[in-house]
Structure formats: C-alpha cells, structure tokens
Design a protein around this ligand. Structure first.
Ligand code: F6R
Length: 250
C-alpha cells in the first residue's frame, strides 16, 4: 500500500480530488466513461467540495461518470435527510453535471423479499459497466469499510447486513439518539470493493489513528475488514498527521 500523509485533511482531500480529476479528464478526453465508487460520512465531504470546484472553475465534466455508492441504511426512504441518497445529492450530485441515470445508490426501501436479488443485480450492474475505476473509502472506528462490519469475509458480496453497535453509536448524533439509528444496511461486499482497479482510503483525526495502524500493519482478518485492503495491488492510503500519528514508518 502506498501511504500519503498530509499536514491536514484539506490537503489530503485535495490530493484525492486531484487524482479523481486527473483520471476523469484523461478518460473524458477520449470519450470513455469513468466509474467511481463513492462513500458517505464526514471523511469524503471535502473531496466532494473540491470536485465541485473543479467542475465549476475548470470545466471538469461528470457527464460520462457512472457512480456506485457503497451503502445505504435499511430501511431508509431516499427522501429522508439521514439517507445516503440525500447526502450524495447534497454534497455532490446536485452541483455537477452527472446524469441521474448514471447514479447508483443501494435502495433502502427495496422490499425485504426482493433484497437478495436486488443486491445481486447491484454487483452485476457494476460488472456490466466494466468495473469500478476508482473506489474511495473512509474507515469506521471498528475497521469497517462500507458497512462491512467485523466478521465480514473476503468473499462477501453486496448484501443486507446488521450494523455493529459501534457503528450505530457513531451515527447516534446524526439520528438524534441511537434508538433512531437503523439496525441494518445494504452494503457492497469486501469482494465487490476489492474488484475496483484503484482504491483510495482516507482517514482524518486522532480518533482513527489506532484503527489505521492495525488495518495497515496488523494481521489480515475478518475481525478488522479494512485489513483485507492489504491484499489489493493498487491502494493509496491518504491520512492527515493525526490519523498517521501511531504509524512507525522508518
Ligand atoms: C460510508 C461508509 C463508512 C464510512 C465510515 C467512516 O459510506 O461506507 O464505511 O466511510 O464509517 O465514517 P466517517 O467518515 O463519518 O468517519
């Protein structure tokens, strides 16, 4: 894994946005679509702001971009302000020229009886468009990526999962109390994520320092799903100084 440490999260976010912008511009120039795997949460917000700036100020077009989001709470109405559907429109999609038909976010209101088939089709759709060119990730305090909670295996695919207690605690403030946080979610699997051609995982702040150390250098294990990233040939880790503070890089 290639580790990039920045003084602060703004500089780290610019690095990620620059990488995405470069790939996008290169593919746009030969009229090829770009497939992006996207994350929500606090970590990528600044990346999305930077991408919006590139669109506005430098004419970077998202017209040929296809996006797949990692996850969505379940059950969840897309119109709900806590939905990841809402998050993505608020932080990125409403401010760029992406085509609504090219946006894929797991549907938090799919009927329980249809969810297995729906998840299979989500993975099939990614394959049909040629796979994900760049996947961006944050990391949970428990080592989750997407909502692949501890116990998620290397071969896991897109599926309905139960959320870990830690994950629900971390989301409690957004939902005005843990009792309002959904207990389930639909997430891309570890296998789905690792099929991406390039992965950029970001972490900011002291709160992430311990889990980053364990996931980058610890034993590869399903109890810390982000450790599976060690098995991927093209991962860039992007950290601010605080998230990198426990790494021994000499
Ligand atoms: C969000 C996601 C999660 C978050 C992780 C970190 O789509 O898949 O894995 O990336 O929980 O969340 P933040 O960025 O809020 O610290």
């Amino acid at each position: 894994m290639n580790i990039n440490i920045f003084e602060n999260s703004d500089l780290g976010s610019q690095f990620v946005a620059n990488r995405i912008g470069k790939v996008l511009a290169a593919r746009n120039s030969v009229s090829r679509p770009t497939v992006l795997g996207l994350a929500t949460g606090s970590t990528p917000i600044e990346v999305y702001s930077e991408l919006i700036k590139k669109h506005r100020d430098e004419g970077l077009s998202f017209e040929n971009v296809v996006t797949f989001n990692l996850d969505e709470y379940y059950p969840m109405e897309p119109s709900d302000i806590q939905s990841y559907y809402h998050f993505m429109h608020q932080h990125l999609f409403d401010s760029v020229d992406i085509q609504p038909d090219n946006v894929f976010i797991p549907n938090g209101k799919i009927h329980e009886h249809k969810v297995i088939k729906y998840c299979e089709q989500y993975d099939d759709k990614i394959a049909q468009v040629g796979g994900i060119d760049i996947q961006i990730l944050g990391i949970g305090a428990n080592g989750h990526i997407g909502f692949n909670e501890p116990g998620s295996e290397l071969n896991s695919v897109t599926r309905l999962v139960e959320l870990d207690e830690q994950t629900r605690k971390d989301a409690a403030a957004t939902f005005n109390g843990i009792e309002n946080v959904p207990t389930s979610a639909i997430t891309m699997g570890i296998n789905t994520i690792l099929k991406a051609k390039e992965i950029l995982i970001m972490a900011w702040g002291k709160r992430k320092a311990e889990i980053i150390k364990q996931c980058l250098f610890g034993e590869v294990t399903s109890t810390k799903p982000a450790t599976f990233l060690q098995t991927h040939p093209n991962v860039s880790v992007v950290l601010d100084a605080e998230a990198a503070s426990l790494l021994d890089l000499d």
